[in-house]
Design a protein around this ligand. Structure first.
Ligand SMILES: [Zn+2]
Length: 252
């Protein structure tokens, strides 16, 4: 997936890494979103790796450089800003982009609401209005899953920032998370339809396989703190947004 012409970066899909991406990412995302009083550590059962084993598909090896990763992150941010800016403008509202995108490498290098962010994570922090991500871990996921997943991950965290701007606070974590998946889908689908983003062969499969891999363990209760939804629910939400735009996302 590229914002310009060009390269297609894909590696082998590693379900464990993908599961880690979102399981960890949004466990802490919850901390940022709901306040500093919450424990930083995920609840029991939330931190397990690879909740569902998922497919292990080996793909042609991609030489995926850090520069490419940075370019993709930058593109994903720019496109998200343009996209949400246009949406807000269309509804007569002022749009303020998320203040900062903060890469970090060490545990505790970045804090959200007084909580040090651990490694292997990505999060939207409402207190500081920023997205932070462990750059080494994100690059590893980028190499293993593919570039489309970077756009998805940024789109998902950016959506949490939009929820904060709209004052959306769903009753359950899972609703907040599935809505963010839907909004990420809308941002990507609309950007593809408008020609801002170009899909490469396999990008849709990357989304699909990535989402299948990040679903909660089937034993996880849907109402549990930190629940994101099953693979099926996440895939449904993402593609509902991807295909039908924001109308599908119940933004109210
Ligand atoms: Zn999330």
């Amino acid at each position: 997936m590229t914002a310009r012409s060009g390269s297609q970066s894909r590696g082998s899909l590693a379900a464990a890494v993908v599961a880690l991406v979102v399981a960890a990412g949004c466990a802490v995302g919850g901390v940022g979103e709901s306040g500093p009083q919450e424990p930083r550590e995920p609840a029991p059962g939330q931190s397990r790796q690879a909740a569902s084993p998922g497919p292990q598909t080996t793909r042609a090896d991609g030489t995926t450089s850090v520069e490419e990763f940075k370019t993709d992150i930058g593109d994903a941010v720019n496109i998200a800003e343009d996209y949400w800016g246009a949406q807000f403008k269309a509804s007569g509202q002022q749009f303020r982009p998320i203040r900062r995108i903060v890469p970090y490498q060490r545990e505790g290098e970045v804090a959200c609401g007084g909580q040090a962010l651990p490694r292997n994570n990505a999060v939207y922090c409402s207190q500081g209005d920023f997205i932070a991500y462990d750059v080494n871990w994100s690059v590893a996921a980028f190499r293993q899953v593919g570039d489309a997943f970077v756009f998805y991950l940024l789109g998902h965290e950016y959506a949490h920032g939009i929820q904060a701007r709209l004052g959306i606070r769903n009753n359950f974590t899972i609703q907040q998370e599935l809505q963010a998946d839907c909004m990420a889908g809308a941002y990507l689908g609309d950007s593809v339809r408008s020609g801002v983003l170009k899909l490469d062969t396999g990008d849709l499969d990357e989304f699909r396989e990535g989402l299948l891999a990040v679903g909660d363990d089937p034993d996880q209760p849907w109402f549990a703190e930190g629940s994101h939804g099953t693979a099926e629910q996440r895939t449904d939400s993402f593609f509902r947004g991807y295909e039908n735009s924001l109308d599908a996302c119940d933004l109210g």
